[in-house]
Each structure stands twice: as C-alpha cells, then as structure tokens.
Design a protein around this ligand. Structure first.
Ligand code: GAL
Length: 703
C-alpha cells in the first residue's frame, strides 16, 4: 500500500530510487571480472530444470570439456524457484551452482521476471499486459506481465530478493542478467491501467501545466486539446479513426523507453541490496524498436544483447540469408561499447537454425565462427551461446543448439564454438598489453551520430512506406566499414569533437544548439556528413516556421526546397563519379549556394540535373550533405570514399560486407560477401585463424 502511495508521487520515488541504487562497478572491479588479458570469454545457456538430475553432472562436465568458461542458468525458472506463493525451492539451483564450481565454471544467474508462474497470473490477472487491441495476454508463454504493474513489481521484488540473498555472495556466481529481452515481443506496449497511470504521471512531471502539453502536442489540430492530465491516455492507433498525433506518439515512445529503464533500475536496485562482487546486466534485443540501452547505462555494470543474424531475412546477395547482416551485428557492438563501462558482448548467439523466423534456413558453414570473431574484432568481452541442449519439447524444439538431441554429440555450430574457444586460447597466449592501434586505422575513426527521437518520429510518420530508419543508419555503417574505419555509434549526449569524421544520418529533429555544435565541429576542422531528412523539425517534432529545413542551410551550403519519394517498384537514377546509381526511398532536391560543390546529381525525373549531394568548406572543415538514399548503398560508399580521401584519411576499398578491424594487437577479418576475399595481411603476418584468402562466411585473424 505504502509503495502504491509513493508511486503516485513520482518525484519522491525518483529521489528514493537514485538514493538506494549504488553506482555501477569501479574500474578495478570491472578489471577483476573481465581481466583485459583474457580478451574474451565464451559460455553457454543451460536449463537444468528441463533435464533429469542424473544428467546434470555429465552435461556440466562436457561443457567444461568443450572449453566453455561459464554457464547461464535460471532465467525462466520462476515456477521452480517459487512453485507456490511464498514457498521457495532453491535446492536444484544450489546443486547446479555447486556442480559448476566443481568443474571450474562461473555462473550467470538470471532473474525470472520474464516468466511469472501460473499461480501469480491466476491470483492477480491485473499483472497481465493488455495489447493495443485491448486483448489481455495470458499465462502460457513469456513476457506477458506488464512491468508497470505495481502488484507485479511486488512479486518480482520478492523473488529477486530471495535469489540475491541466497547467491549474492556465492563466489561461483559471476554476474546477473535481469529479465530476458525486456519487451512484449510482437505485442508492442502494454496499455494496462498501471501503464496508463504511469504515462500520465510522466507527462505531468514533464509538462507541469496541461497547456504546455497542448502546445507541444499541437493539440489545436483537430480539436485535440485536453483540460487536465487525467483526460490523457496512451495514444493508440487501433482506437483512432484517422492518423495518430505524431507528437503524442513521440512522447509515448520516450516514456516507454524511460519506463523500461526504470524497471531495470528497480530490479538492479533489489539485487544490489545483497549482491557483493557480481555484475548486473540485461540482454537487450538488437532491433532497437522500443527500448534504448543508453537509458540503463548507469544502472548496469556491463551491457549485453541477443544476436540471431540468420532469422529468415533475405538481406542481400545469394548468401545473405545464410549469414545475416554484419552491419547490424557490428553496429550493436559499436553502440553498446560506447555506453556505460564499455564492457559488452552478445549474451545470446545462435549456433544454428532458430525456430521462430518465418523460414529458418541453415546458416552458412563457418559463419558462427565468423560472428564470434566479429564480436572479438569489435571489442566484445564475452559471447554466450544460446543454448547447450536442444529441447525435446516446447515452443523451441526446432532450435539448433551446441549439441545434438542426444545431449552429448557436438552439432555443427557447436564445433564452430569450440573452434572459437581455441582461437581465444591462442589469442590469449599472444596477448601483449597496451598495444597501440595503427595510426592509419585511427585516422579514419568515425562517430556515427544517431538519434532515437528522430528515429521514433520518422517511423511514426514515414511519408513513404519504403522508409526504414535503421536500414538507413546501417547503409552508412556498412559504407564506413568498407573504408576500413573503426566506428563509434554515439548519440549527441557524447562529445563528438574529437572524431576526424562524424556521420549523422537522417537527423530529423534538431535544435539551434545542436546545429551550433555541428557548425563548431566543422569550423574546427572536422569532416561532417549529413544525410537526407535532416533538420526538418524541432525536438518536439514540429516543422520549423521557416523555409523547409532552413535552419541547416548555412551549415550545409545548400537549400532544400523540395524532396521526392517514389512508389514501390519504381526507381530513379542519380549520377556521380561517371556512374549511375538507383534510388527510390528518398531524394532531397538540393539548391547549392555559390561556392558549394555538387557531388551527385539526379539523372532522370522532371528535376533531372538537380543536385543530390553537395559539399562545402566550413571554417577549417567540410560539411557534406547526401540528400539521396540509394538502393544498394554503393553510392553512399563511393561518396564517403572520396570524402575520406580528400580529407587525407587513406580509406581502404573493401567490398561492402567484408569487415576488418583491429583489436589488442590483432587484425580480424570476417567475410560476409558471396565470394572468396583476400585479406590485407603483411607478408610476414602470423595467422591465429584462417589464411590470406577467406571464403564466404569465413574468418582470418592475424598479427
Ligand atoms: C531469444 C530469447 C531466448 C530464446 C531465443 C531462441 O530471442 O531471448 O530466450 O527464446 O530467442 O532463439
């Protein structure tokens, strides 16, 4: 009751939470958990509750024998740990942890909040989420609880506290994962009553007075004005006759991400009451739809994500569907590494076919090894395989695992894990501390400056069904990697002044201050690349009362009087470097000012000859504006190549999807193209893995 009263006083709750949650780990603690000389550590998910106790020791002994260094357990085991309300049974978990200790394995424990037991859902159906259509989710799957529910939080607090009391000082327990892929999967957000209340509270705190909300939400449009916060509900397109208010949607996204982070902070706070020398993380999903890991960077000691590159997407080329998108995977490492402590890695990686995609093809032989090597190349400190044994029953029985259904024979992906474990052993033996990155490589270091609000706003209001914000980000990411450049994916909360190159794709929402920061960056000698859909709106999502996107005209040296988009199936042409490229998604039509150079022009449509990309000098630096979004990303790669070359950064010319990075004294190349690729190793290079030519889905690591 007291908790509920407090929850109606948002400011008080905020203050008390920030007081009870100690800051994340110190550098010394992080170093002890993840010694730099160990480079990367590989582990595996194991579900003892699903197998006869007589097999646990055999399985754990084999896990050790294969070279794994930790197991991940208990994430969905609430009904085993608390089979009846208030009745706790940890004997089975004690035995598992003891077996891990016996075989020298560390343990990651997981809070079970993704799978509340049946007794809880039946006793308190109000904890269940309600989707946009108004359907209440039911017991029988996972992530069905509304994490805004105060009743649910009470129960989560109890089980988390019991676990932390029992294992928080156990030396075998290395760390904790909160929940699992916090989300409601395809069901989106919960519209249950506690979510509605919390959304309103958040708005009240943000705006103070209802008229400020009315202004920001543009509520004069269609008479949407509110008299009081109590009238506001979560905007829900399925209940609306016509289009949803885009400004309300932007706030809904901001609130939902904030609320998810608050929930993680709450669980971390409960564990920290008892956890002594163990880290805390959660495993974010890589699709970045609704949750922003940056909001949890000060609550979690390390960051992790789940990685399923082959999951039914065609991606590109002949073999993309068997290898996944290396840009997507790499982008996630480069984002998480730049948050919080900087320690990150995939907490789940598929070792073979999954069961949940529309089609579940076999991965390309070698590609599991390549994904693990990519994690290494980008600074990943751990990789955990999902999962050890193939379930004989349940929704995921088609999911391939480390071992075959017999529980002992290594599956093909399992063999690739073992191969990677062998790589790590060799890398450790060759490790030299404080290796300095090659100067040429560092001289190309690029900040990919992304903005979640812009993404949410553009996804709410795409203006063409062909628009895909993350697809656009990844197009640039892929192009930058083809230059052999290291990338830091950051937001404008970070200082980008030190980077030689900043690429800020589709930065729709800006303010004068941000434009000032970009201008200063270029004036000081930086090379800034901006792309289509930039500068059109203020941070509320309102269009500027100026010419279209005029606040960025001085910065980019061009006006943008119009833009075009083409219907699906219809492409336009653009020329640059004497070549023709196809586009269809977005085209800003640029009007360069005197002195601004034209880098690409539209080659057809009624505006043939109009500038599609421009560049000009600003102070000691340059600002490039690429107003067109090409179909295959080659135009972006070619433009960036010429921009980096002009800036004296000696870019490489790797084919798109051959990715090569340097880490701790080693080069690692992963080939996600369709054909064999040579790697640029020096004649006297020593290879840890692979050789001078790598096949599709292959790896080479050398120094
Ligand atoms: C992940 C999830 C795991 C498991 C896996 C199967 O998204 O976090 O719990 O379901 O998919 O591929």
């Amino acid at each position: 009751m007291l908790k509920r009263l407090l929850a109606s006083l948002p400011i008080l709750v905020f203050v008390s939470m920030s007081q009870t949650t100690p800051p994340p780990a110190s550098p010394a603690q992080l170093k002890a958990w993840f010694p730099p000389e160990q480079l990367m550590t590989i582990g595996v998910y194991y579900y003892p509750e699903a197998w006869p106790e007589s097999q646990w020791e055999r399985d754990i002994a084999n896990i050790k024998k294969f070279g794994f260094e930790y197991i991940h357990v208990a994430e969905f085991a609430w009904s085993f740990m608390e089979p009846e309300e208030g009745h706790f049974e940890f004997g089975w978990l004690d035995k598992t942890v003891a077996l891990a200790a016996k075989y020298g394995l560390k343990v990651i424990l997981c809070t079970p909040s993704a799978t509340p037991p049946a007794w809880l859902a039946r006793k308190h159906p109000e904890i269940l989420m309600i989707n946009a259509q108004g359907t209440r989710m039911n017991h029988g799957s996972r992530e069905q609880a509304d994490w805004s529910s105060l009743v649910y939080r009470d129960y989560v607090e109890k089980i988390d506290e019991r676990m932390a009391e029992r294992y928080g000082a156990n030396p075998t327990v290395w760390g904790w994962q909160l929940d699992n892929e916090l989300s409601h999967y395809g069901q989106g957000m919960s519209y249950a009553p506690d979510s509605q209340t919390k959304f309103r509270e958040w708005l009240r705190e943000k705006y103070g007075a209802i008229d400020r909300l009315n202004d920001d939400w543009g509520a004069a449009f269609w008479s949407q004005r509110y008299n009081d916060f109590s009238q506001v509900e979560m905007p829900n397109q399925t209940e609306l006759i016509a289009g949803v208010n885009p400004h309300a949607m932007l706030d809904l996204h901001r609130w939902f991400a904030h609320e998810a982070a608050a929930y993680l902070r709450f669980q971390a706070g409960v564990l920290r009451r008892h956890v002594k020398n163990q880290w805390i993380t959660t495993n974010f999903m890589m699709n970045y739809e609704l949750i922003d890991p940056a909001l949890s960077q000060n609550d979690l000691d390390i960051l992790s994500f789940t990685m399923y590159p082959v999951s039914g997407g065609l991606f590109r080329g002949n073999l993309g569907f068997r290898m996944g998108d290396p840009a997507h995977v790499s982008f996630t490492h480069d984002y998480l590494r730049n948050l919080g402590s900087g320690i990150e890695g995939p907490m789940e990686l598929q070792p073979g076919q999954v069961n949940w995609a529309p089609v579940n093809p076999l991965p390309q032989p070698g590609v599991v090894h390549a994904w693990i090597s990519r994690a290494f190349a980008l600074g990943g400190r751990f990789v955990c395989v999902y999962r050890y044994r193939q379930p004989a029953y349940g929704d995921e029985l088609y999911h391939k695992t480390m071992v075959e259904p017999d529980g002992v024979t290594l599956a093909p992906g399992g063999k690739e894990f073992v191969e990677s474990i062998e790589d790590v052993r060799k890398l450790r033996s060759l490790y030299t501390p404080h290796a300095m990155p090659p100067q040429d490589y560092e001289a190309r270091r690029t900040a990919l400056l992304i903005d979640w609000d812009s993404r949410w706003d553009m996804e709410n209001h795409r203006q063409t069904t062909r628009w895909n914000t993350t697809g656009h980000w990844l197009k640039y990411y892929r192009a930058i990697k083809s230059l052999g450049a290291p990338v830091d994916v950051i937001t404008d909360a970070k200082d980008f002044g030190k980077y030689p190159f900043v690429v800020s794709p589709a930065r729709q929402l800006v303010d004068k201050d941000f434009i000032g920061r970009l201008t200063k960056y270029a004036e000081n000698g930086g090379t800034l690349v901006l792309t289509c859909r930039t500068g059109q709106k203020d941070r509320r999502g309102h269009i500027w009362e100026t010419l279209w996107a005029e606040p960025i005209y001085d910065l980019i040296g061009s006006a943008i009087p119009r833009y075009d988009v083409l219907p699906p199936g219809r492409d336009g042409k653009v020329t640059a470097f004497g070549k023709e490229y196809a586009w269809g998604v977005w085209a800003d039509l640029l009007e360069p000012r005197p002195g601004t150079e034209v880098l690409a022009r539209y080659a057809d449509q009624f505006y043939k000859g109009t500038a599609a990309a421009t560049g000009h000098k600003v102070g000691k630096g340059h600002v490039i504006y690429i107003g067109v979004d090409s179909e295959d990303g080659q135009l972006e790669a070619d433009l960036l190549h010429s921009v980096y070359q002009s800036a004296g950064a000696k870019p490489a010319s790797y084919p798109l999807n051959l990715m090569i990075d340097w880490r701790d004294g080693f080069w690692a190349a992963t080939n996600f193209t369709d054909t064999d690729q040579p790697v640029p190793a020096a004649p006297n290079a020593t290879f840890v893995s692979g050789g001078r030519t790598i096949p599709a889905g292959g790896v080479a690591i050398w120094r």
